[in-house]
Ligand binder design. Structure first.
Ligand code: NAP
Length: 481
């Protein structure tokens, strides 16, 4: 058993929770216990926040080159432990080892980005003499500094990636963190935290509380010692956090129903290849998953025919078996919910082209065609392995359909026509627009975040650092000369 199992990380040490309560973490595939996690209570939140306050004092006064050295060591450890982290991800989350290895393999790079960007906290000089009545006796500039204590709350679907998109920028730029990973997938977060501990991160700079978000959320989010909440999860939880947070910085990476528009001049081979990946990776449990395809009526039949062949070729099953590309959903209840949504869509008049069968926590990759764009399978976030295909008769109608949900995270447009591409880039209300690929693509350095009900603020290490730091304006008043 690892030293972190069943423990909380507080003030640089793995400790029991106040209640000493522990729970089993089980594989979504076969229900076998894969590890144990402590169940923190509000009493542990208080201890962790106190530790984070002293951690923030130490870390903000640590020169950036020293912070960077610790981060680079943590990155090296994450690289060395990538296979171990991948096995943990796959065990507790149910995603295939192929996908888990891809996710774990990005850890070191994200931490290195945090080290690099955290050493580039630039300000700017202010041309004060351009202010009428002000002379050359003053010098003004901005100074970027860490906010202090960051509360990071992450979801289950990318247990390493989404934790690191908070830890790397927060720690790189000199903040302390209290991390609350998803209850279903805490073990990955603990293994990542161990890399930072072993790299020599000072006590209190990173604290990890496992347990229930709904029990710990109020204490974590409403505390005035916390200067920033970095939350990734559902729109409903994010909305709740906006109500209780009080005056502090907020980044909310929330839900989505991401569209892909396929125009008549699209490269259909490319479009179907991309949708067959983008709709089904991680069993569709990706905020930037392709949930909707809006295809021009002229190419609908060809598109569906080609997509069906590709989707039926996806290898689904035991996440740890050789060659399996897509594993389970996070649990059998979620799988049942997704299968039911597909059945409801069919009963409302849509056509099932393939998939949608339920087997424990697995739903076979589905294509649902003839979907009314206002049906719930298009409007509400599905978070499962099904793509809802609707038809449009013009570019304008396709873009209208793309914008017809409350969400606006990612989108994709397939076209060979530059005019249509530019129009789509300007008109689609989403935080990220891909031309000739689906929304399911991310470089860890790019600005990443949603519009409308998909959230506020941007992640991507450089952008996240902007949101995890404060800008002070400094004015030096000289004597007139
Ligand atoms: P969730 O239920 O909202 O949970 C997310 C995190 O919030 C978990 O750690 C959860 O803890 C915690 N939480 C629950 N109630 C809370 C409360 N009252 N106060 C504070 N924290 C609370 O979301 P999920 O089901 O894990 O994740 C799926 C959702 O995340 C989808 O909607 C997906 O689109 C979204 N997502 C968005 C992005 C993005 O970048 N926009 C990326 C990935 C996922 P427990 O696990 O203990 O409940």
């Amino acid at each position: 058993m690892k030293s972190y199992e069943g423990k909380l990380l507080i003030n640089g040490a793995w400790v029991d929770s106040v209640s000493r309560k522990i729970e089993e973490i089980k594989s979504p595939f076969d229900g076998v216990e894969v590890g144990q996690a402590a169940v923190a209570s509000v009493a542990d939140v208080e201890i962790a926040l106190q530790a984070a306050v002293s951690g923030a004092e130490i870390w903000r006064r640590t020169p950036a080159h020293q912070r960077s050295a610790v981060m680079l060591k943590a990155a090296e450890l994450a690289d060395q432990r990538a296979e171990e982290i991948a096995q943990i991800i796959s065990s507790e989350n149910g995603k295939s080892l192929i996908e888990a290895r891809g996710e774990a393999g990005r850890s070191g790079e994200i931490i290195r980005l945090g080290a690099f960007e955290g050493a580039h906290l630039y300000g700017s000089s202010l041309p004060l003499d351009a202010n009428k009545g002000t002379g050359l006796d003053k010098i003004g500039f901005t100074l970027r500094q860490p906010v202090g204590v960051v509360v990071a709350i992450s979801p289950f679907n990318y247990p390493a990636l989404l934790v690191l998109h908070k830890l790397a920028p927060a720690l790189g730029s000199g903040n302390s963190v209290v991390l609350k990973p998803a209850r279903a997938t805490p073990l990955t977060a603990l293994a990542i935290a161990q890399c930072f501990l072993d790299a020599g991160l000072p006590a209190g700079v990173l604290n990890v509380l496992t347990g229930s978000g709904s029990e710990l959320g109020d204490a974590l989010c409403s505390d005035s010692r916390v200067r920033k909440i970095s939350f990734t999860g559902s729109t409903s939880t994010g909305t709740y956090i906006t109500r209780i947070a009080g005056v502090k910085k907020l980044s909310l990476e929330l839900g989505a129903s991401s569209p892909v528009v396929v125009l008549p001049d699209a490269d259909l081979e490319l479009a179907t290849r991309a949708v067959a990946l983008g709709g089904y990776i991680n069993s569709g449990q990706v905020c930037i998953s392709v949930q909707r395809v809006i295809v021009h009526e002229k190419v609908k039949d060809d598109f569906l025919q080609a997509l069906k062949v590709r989707v039926e070729a996806i290898k689904v099953g035991d996440p740890k078996a050789d060659g399996i590309e897509v594993g389970t959903l996070i649990n059998a209840k979620e799988a049942e919910r997704v299968a039911t949504s597909i059945r409801v869509a069919i009963s409302e008049g849509a056509t099932l082209i393939t998939g949608g069968e339920l087997d424990g926590s697995i739903v076979s990759p589905a294509i649902v065609a003839d979907v009314n764009p206002s049906a719930s399978i298009a409007q509400d976030e599905l978070f499962g392995p099904a793509v809802a295909v609707s038809t449009a008769t013009s570019v304008e109608e396709a873009l209208d359909f793309a914008n017809s949900t409350p969400y606006g995270l990612g989108s994709g447009v397939f076209t060979r026509d530059v005019d249509s591409a530019i129009r789509a880039a300007r008109e689609i209300d989403s935080g990220i627009v891909h031309i000739n690929w689906t929304p399911l693509w991310r470089a860890d350095l790019m600005p990443y975040g949603g519009l409308k009900a998909s959230g506020i603020g941007k992640e991507g290490v450089k952008s996240a650092i902007e949101e995890m730091t404060e800008v002070k304006t400094i004015i030096l008043h000289g004597r007139n000369w």
